[in-house]
Design a protein around this ligand. Sequence first.
Ligand code: SF4
Length: 352
Amino acid sequence: MELDDDSKKLIDQFGVSLIDLDDIKKTRLNEIHFFRRGVIFGHQGMESILDAIEHDKPWAVMSGIKPSGSFHIGSFMTATEIIKLQKIGARAYYCIADIESWEDNGISFEESIENSVDNLADVLALGLDLDRAYVWRQSEEDIVKKVPYVISRYVTNNMMRGIYGDKAFGMYLATLVQVGDIILPQIMEKPMPTIVPVGIDQAPHLRLTRDLTRKYSEKFILPAASFHFLLAGLDGSPKMSKRFPNSYFTFNEPLKAIEKKLKNGFTGGRDTVKEQKELGGIPDICMIFKLQYYLFVDDDKYLENIYNRCKSGDLLCGECKQKCVDLVTKFIEEHKEKKAKYLDKAREILQA
Ligand code: SF4
C-alpha cells in the first residue's frame, strides 16, 4: 500500500512515525490483521503500548463513533480495531460522540440517541466484551465535559485555527471534549498507556491532544495513536462519502442494495476477458480486493490466493466479485440477526 500526498504531508507535519512490520511480528499486535498487513501503518507514542503488552501491565484502547447515521464501513473499521485490541488485553473505552454530532452536523441530542442505540448494538454484535469496557455519551459524561474548562487555559485561537481552520466555536469546544474522551481511561482508573486507533486524517487532533496532555505529564501517560489507511470509495471515488451513495454501504442497507454496490464496484480488471487472461488483473487498485484485505477477511492465505490468481489471469472479475458479494452479504446477514438481540442492551447502557 502506498501513501498518498495528503497522508505524507500529515505524517511530516504532525510527527507520525511509520510502523516497521518486522517489529510488529515480534509482538501480539501481529495477531491483528490491521497491523500484520500494514493497514495500520503509522503511530505516535506506541512504545508505551508495546511495553505494557510485553510486561503484562494495564493498558487501554479508546475510540468511538459520531452518532450521525447508520453504522458504515468506516465505523466498522474502528470498532473492529477496538475489539481486536481488547481481545489481546486492552481495556476498551467506547465513546458516543453526540456533542460532536451536534456541533458538526446539527443533530440534536434527542435525535442522536436513536442512532446511538443502533450504533452501539452494532458494536456489541461485533463482539465488544462489556465486562472489560466502558461506554459513554459525551453529553451525559460529566468528566469529559469538565476537561475543556481545565485545559482551555493552554488553548489559543491561533492554535485552533492552525489545526482546524476557521470553525464555529462549538466545533473547537467539541475537540476539547474529545481530549477528555481520550484521557478518560486514565481519569477513571489510573495513569496507563492508552492507544487511539484512527484514520490518518485525525493526526492533527491527536497532536493537539498529546500537546495538551503534556502540560499534565505528572498526572497522565501521553496517549498513543495508531493510524490506518482510509479506504477509497467502492465506486472508485477518492473517498467514501454520503455525497456519493455508491462509494460506501451501511450495515442497515438491504442486502440487495449492498450486492448491487459491490457488483458495480471499481476493480483492477481489464477491458476484455481475453486481455485479463493474458495480462492478469491489478488487485492493488481493486476496491473488491481492498475491502476484503482491509476488513472482511482474516485469512491471509485466502487473500494471497485471490491476489495471485488475479495477477496471473486465472481469476476473472465476475467470479471474484460474486465470491466477495457472498462473503460480505453472509457476514452482514448474520450480523443483523445478532444485532437485533443487542438493541435492548444498548438502550439499557445508554439509558435511552
Ligand atoms: Fe479485483 Fe478480483 Fe477483478 Fe482481480 S479478479 S481485479 S481482485 S475483482
